[in-house]
Write a protein that binds this ligand. Structure first.
Ligand SMILES: [Cu+2]
Length: 266
Protein backbone atom coordinates (compact mmCIF):
# COMPACT_ATOMS: atom_id res chain seq x y z
CA UNK A 1 0.00 0.00 0.00
CA UNK A 2 2.80 2.37 0.96
CA UNK A 3 4.61 1.65 -2.32
CA UNK A 4 1.43 2.34 -4.27
CA UNK A 5 1.11 5.74 -2.52
CA UNK A 6 4.70 6.59 -3.40
CA UNK A 7 4.14 5.52 -7.01
CA UNK A 8 0.98 7.66 -7.31
CA UNK A 9 2.81 10.67 -5.86
CA UNK A 10 5.65 10.26 -8.33
CA UNK A 11 3.19 9.94 -11.22
CA UNK A 12 1.38 13.11 -10.12
CA UNK A 13 4.68 15.02 -9.90
CA UNK A 14 5.82 13.63 -13.24
CA UNK A 15 2.86 14.91 -15.23
CA UNK A 16 3.47 18.55 -14.28
CA UNK A 17 4.80 20.30 -17.37
CA UNK A 18 7.66 22.64 -16.61
CA UNK A 19 7.60 25.72 -18.79
CA UNK A 20 8.74 29.21 -17.93
CA UNK A 21 7.50 32.68 -18.78
CA UNK A 22 10.19 35.13 -19.90
CA UNK A 23 9.45 38.85 -19.65
CA UNK A 24 10.95 41.31 -22.15
CA UNK A 25 10.10 44.96 -21.49
CA UNK A 26 10.24 48.07 -23.59
CA UNK A 27 11.66 50.53 -21.03
CA UNK A 28 9.62 53.75 -20.75
CA UNK A 29 10.71 56.35 -23.31
CA UNK A 30 13.29 54.03 -24.91
CA UNK A 31 13.27 52.34 -28.30
CA UNK A 32 14.76 49.11 -26.98
CA UNK A 33 13.99 45.59 -25.74
CA UNK A 34 15.23 44.68 -22.26
CA UNK A 35 16.87 42.22 -21.88
CA UNK A 36 18.17 42.18 -25.46
CA UNK A 37 19.05 38.47 -25.40
CA UNK A 38 17.00 35.79 -23.64
CA UNK A 39 17.61 32.07 -23.20
CA UNK A 40 14.51 29.89 -23.47
CA UNK A 41 13.46 26.25 -23.93
CA UNK A 42 10.83 24.73 -26.25
CA UNK A 43 7.39 25.20 -24.68
CA UNK A 44 8.34 28.38 -22.80
CA UNK A 45 6.35 31.60 -23.19
CA UNK A 46 7.89 34.96 -24.06
CA UNK A 47 5.85 37.97 -22.94
CA UNK A 48 6.69 41.43 -24.29
CA UNK A 49 5.52 44.32 -22.13
CA UNK A 50 5.12 47.81 -23.57
CA UNK A 51 5.57 50.94 -21.43
CA UNK A 52 5.38 53.93 -23.80
CA UNK A 53 4.93 54.95 -27.44
CA UNK A 54 3.93 52.43 -30.12
CA UNK A 55 6.00 49.38 -31.03
CA UNK A 56 5.68 45.90 -32.45
CA UNK A 57 7.63 42.63 -32.38
CA UNK A 58 8.49 40.97 -35.70
CA UNK A 59 10.66 37.92 -36.23
CA UNK A 60 13.28 38.20 -38.98
CA UNK A 61 16.65 39.63 -39.83
CA UNK A 62 16.86 43.12 -38.30
CA UNK A 63 15.85 45.43 -39.92
CA UNK A 64 14.77 43.34 -42.93
CA UNK A 65 12.83 40.15 -42.94
CA UNK A 66 13.70 38.24 -46.14
CA UNK A 67 11.21 35.52 -45.19
CA UNK A 68 7.84 34.78 -43.62
CA UNK A 69 8.13 35.67 -39.92
CA UNK A 70 7.38 32.87 -37.44
CA UNK A 71 5.75 35.45 -35.16
CA UNK A 72 4.56 39.00 -35.57
CA UNK A 73 2.58 41.00 -33.01
CA UNK A 74 -0.02 43.69 -33.39
CA UNK A 75 1.28 47.15 -32.45
CA UNK A 76 1.89 47.35 -28.70
CA UNK A 77 0.13 50.42 -27.35
CA UNK A 78 -1.29 51.70 -24.05
CA UNK A 79 -4.52 49.85 -24.90
CA UNK A 80 -2.76 46.64 -26.00
CA UNK A 81 0.38 46.61 -23.85
CA UNK A 82 1.44 42.95 -23.99
CA UNK A 83 2.08 40.24 -26.55
CA UNK A 84 3.06 36.61 -26.13
CA UNK A 85 4.72 33.90 -28.18
CA UNK A 86 5.05 30.27 -27.14
CA UNK A 87 8.25 28.63 -28.35
CA UNK A 88 7.16 25.57 -30.40
CA UNK A 89 8.57 22.06 -29.89
CA UNK A 90 10.71 22.61 -33.03
CA UNK A 91 12.46 25.97 -33.27
CA UNK A 92 15.59 27.65 -34.57
CA UNK A 93 18.41 27.77 -32.04
CA UNK A 94 18.70 31.53 -32.56
CA UNK A 95 15.67 33.70 -33.39
CA UNK A 96 16.25 37.39 -34.14
CA UNK A 97 13.44 39.93 -33.90
CA UNK A 98 12.93 43.69 -34.08
CA UNK A 99 10.44 46.56 -33.90
CA UNK A 100 9.41 47.36 -37.47
CA UNK A 101 7.80 50.76 -36.70
CA UNK A 102 9.11 54.34 -37.15
CA UNK A 103 12.73 53.35 -37.76
CA UNK A 104 13.10 51.99 -34.20
CA UNK A 105 14.99 48.97 -35.51
CA UNK A 106 17.66 51.22 -37.00
CA UNK A 107 17.91 52.85 -33.55
CA UNK A 108 18.75 49.47 -32.07
CA UNK A 109 15.32 48.14 -31.10
CA UNK A 110 16.26 44.52 -31.73
CA UNK A 111 16.40 41.35 -29.69
CA UNK A 112 17.46 37.71 -29.88
CA UNK A 113 15.84 34.56 -28.54
CA UNK A 114 18.26 31.70 -27.91
CA UNK A 115 16.53 28.30 -27.76
CA UNK A 116 18.40 25.59 -25.86
CA UNK A 117 17.43 22.11 -24.62
CA UNK A 118 16.04 21.78 -21.10
CA UNK A 119 18.67 21.03 -18.46
CA UNK A 120 17.17 17.58 -17.70
CA UNK A 121 16.74 16.60 -21.38
CA UNK A 122 19.00 14.07 -23.10
CA UNK A 123 20.50 15.84 -26.15
CA UNK A 124 21.21 14.18 -29.52
CA UNK A 125 23.33 16.25 -31.93
CA UNK A 126 23.01 15.64 -35.69
CA UNK A 127 25.51 17.38 -37.98
CA UNK A 128 24.74 18.41 -41.56
CA UNK A 129 27.80 17.45 -43.57
CA UNK A 130 27.32 18.06 -47.31
CA UNK A 131 24.12 16.24 -48.30
CA UNK A 132 24.13 13.93 -45.29
CA UNK A 133 22.84 14.03 -41.73
CA UNK A 134 25.33 12.47 -39.33
CA UNK A 135 24.49 10.22 -37.67
CA UNK A 136 21.78 9.30 -40.16
CA UNK A 137 19.83 7.27 -37.59
CA UNK A 138 19.37 8.25 -33.96
CA UNK A 139 17.43 6.66 -31.10
CA UNK A 140 15.42 8.98 -28.87
CA UNK A 141 12.73 8.96 -26.21
CA UNK A 142 9.97 11.55 -25.67
CA UNK A 143 11.41 14.45 -23.66
CA UNK A 144 14.82 14.12 -25.30
CA UNK A 145 16.03 16.96 -27.54
CA UNK A 146 17.46 16.68 -31.05
CA UNK A 147 19.78 19.50 -32.18
CA UNK A 148 20.71 19.77 -35.88
CA UNK A 149 23.86 21.79 -36.57
CA UNK A 150 24.45 23.50 -39.93
CA UNK A 151 27.83 23.14 -41.60
CA UNK A 152 27.55 24.50 -45.16
CA UNK A 153 25.14 25.19 -48.02
CA UNK A 154 21.37 25.56 -47.78
CA UNK A 155 19.24 22.73 -46.36
CA UNK A 156 16.12 21.98 -44.37
CA UNK A 157 15.07 19.67 -41.58
CA UNK A 158 11.61 18.48 -42.58
CA UNK A 159 9.61 15.55 -41.25
CA UNK A 160 8.37 13.50 -44.20
CA UNK A 161 8.82 10.30 -46.16
CA UNK A 162 12.31 9.42 -47.38
CA UNK A 163 10.86 7.48 -50.35
CA UNK A 164 8.23 10.05 -51.42
CA UNK A 165 10.41 13.05 -50.48
CA UNK A 166 7.19 14.76 -49.37
CA UNK A 167 6.80 16.63 -46.11
CA UNK A 168 4.18 15.50 -43.60
CA UNK A 169 3.50 18.94 -42.01
CA UNK A 170 3.33 17.25 -38.62
CA UNK A 171 6.56 17.47 -36.65
CA UNK A 172 9.00 19.99 -38.14
CA UNK A 173 9.85 21.89 -41.30
CA UNK A 174 12.65 24.38 -40.72
CA UNK A 175 15.62 25.69 -42.68
CA UNK A 176 19.20 24.79 -41.92
CA UNK A 177 21.43 27.39 -43.61
CA UNK A 178 23.78 30.30 -42.89
CA UNK A 179 20.89 32.30 -41.37
CA UNK A 180 19.52 29.33 -39.41
CA UNK A 181 22.53 27.54 -38.05
CA UNK A 182 20.73 25.16 -35.74
CA UNK A 183 17.33 23.57 -35.21
CA UNK A 184 16.19 22.38 -31.79
CA UNK A 185 13.38 19.80 -31.43
CA UNK A 186 11.99 18.58 -28.12
CA UNK A 187 10.62 15.11 -28.87
CA UNK A 188 6.86 15.02 -28.09
CA UNK A 189 4.88 12.08 -26.67
CA UNK A 190 3.13 11.82 -30.05
CA UNK A 191 6.30 10.77 -31.86
CA UNK A 192 5.76 7.52 -33.81
CA UNK A 193 7.97 4.43 -33.43
CA UNK A 194 9.93 5.52 -36.49
CA UNK A 195 10.05 9.09 -37.81
CA UNK A 196 11.61 9.77 -41.18
CA UNK A 197 12.81 13.22 -42.14
CA UNK A 198 14.28 14.87 -45.23
CA UNK A 199 16.11 17.90 -46.54
CA UNK A 200 13.50 19.24 -49.00
CA UNK A 201 16.26 20.56 -51.29
CA UNK A 202 18.36 17.40 -51.54
CA UNK A 203 16.04 14.53 -50.64
CA UNK A 204 16.43 12.91 -54.09
CA UNK A 205 20.19 12.95 -53.51
CA UNK A 206 19.68 10.97 -50.32
CA UNK A 207 19.81 13.84 -47.84
CA UNK A 208 17.56 12.09 -45.33
CA UNK A 209 17.54 10.90 -41.73
CA UNK A 210 15.74 8.56 -39.40
CA UNK A 211 14.64 8.92 -35.78
CA UNK A 212 13.75 5.76 -33.87
CA UNK A 213 11.70 5.94 -30.70
CA UNK A 214 13.00 3.93 -27.78
CA UNK A 215 11.00 2.91 -24.75
CA UNK A 216 12.81 3.94 -21.58
CA UNK A 217 12.12 1.61 -18.70
CA UNK A 218 11.69 -1.51 -20.86
CA UNK A 219 14.45 -3.23 -18.90
CA UNK A 220 13.72 -6.75 -20.19
CA UNK A 221 13.32 -5.40 -23.76
CA UNK A 222 9.97 -7.11 -24.44
CA UNK A 223 8.45 -3.99 -26.03
CA UNK A 224 6.42 -2.88 -23.04
CA UNK A 225 6.99 -1.37 -19.63
CA UNK A 226 5.17 -3.40 -16.98
CA UNK A 227 5.40 -5.20 -13.65
CA UNK A 228 8.27 -7.39 -14.84
CA UNK A 229 10.37 -4.27 -15.50
CA UNK A 230 9.35 -2.76 -12.15
CA UNK A 231 10.48 -5.95 -10.38
CA UNK A 232 13.83 -5.79 -12.19
CA UNK A 233 14.27 -2.12 -11.28
CA UNK A 234 13.48 -2.62 -7.60
CA UNK A 235 15.92 -5.56 -7.55
CA UNK A 236 18.59 -3.19 -8.90
CA UNK A 237 17.92 -0.43 -6.32
CA UNK A 238 21.20 1.30 -5.39
CA UNK A 239 23.08 -0.65 -8.08
CA UNK A 240 23.88 0.26 -11.70
CA UNK A 241 21.86 -2.53 -13.38
CA UNK A 242 18.53 -0.62 -13.55
CA UNK A 243 20.08 2.79 -14.22
CA UNK A 244 17.83 4.29 -16.93
CA UNK A 245 19.00 7.92 -16.79
CA UNK A 246 22.73 7.03 -16.71
CA UNK A 247 23.27 8.63 -13.31
CA UNK A 248 25.41 5.68 -12.14
CA UNK A 249 22.84 4.06 -9.88
CA UNK A 250 19.23 2.91 -9.75
CA UNK A 251 17.13 5.33 -7.73
CA UNK A 252 13.86 7.28 -7.54
CA UNK A 253 14.57 9.13 -10.78
CA UNK A 254 14.77 5.84 -12.68
CA UNK A 255 11.55 4.69 -11.01
CA UNK A 256 9.89 7.93 -12.15
CA UNK A 257 10.98 7.36 -15.76
CA UNK A 258 9.81 3.74 -15.70
CA UNK A 259 6.39 4.64 -14.27
CA UNK A 260 6.06 7.57 -16.71
CA UNK A 261 6.44 5.13 -19.62
CA UNK A 262 4.15 2.47 -18.16
CA UNK A 263 2.46 0.59 -21.00
CA UNK A 264 -1.32 0.96 -20.80
CA UNK A 265 -2.92 -2.24 -22.10
CA UNK A 266 -6.55 -1.89 -23.13
CU1 LIG B 1 20.25 19.33 -48.06
Amino acid sequence: MKLLTIILCILAANTTAISDVHIVTQPEGENAFEPKVINVHPGDTIRWIHNSGTHDVVNGLPCNQFEEPIFETMPLTAEEPTAEWVVPAAAYGEIPYFCSLYGHCEQGMTGTIIVTPRADSVVHVVDQIGVTFQPETIEVAPGDTVVWEWNNGGHSVTSGGIDSCEKDDVFFDLLLDSQHRSVVWEVPDTMPANLEYICIFHCEMGHVGNIVRILKGDLNEDGKVDGADLTLLLGCWGKPCGDINKSGTTDGQDLTILLGNWTITP
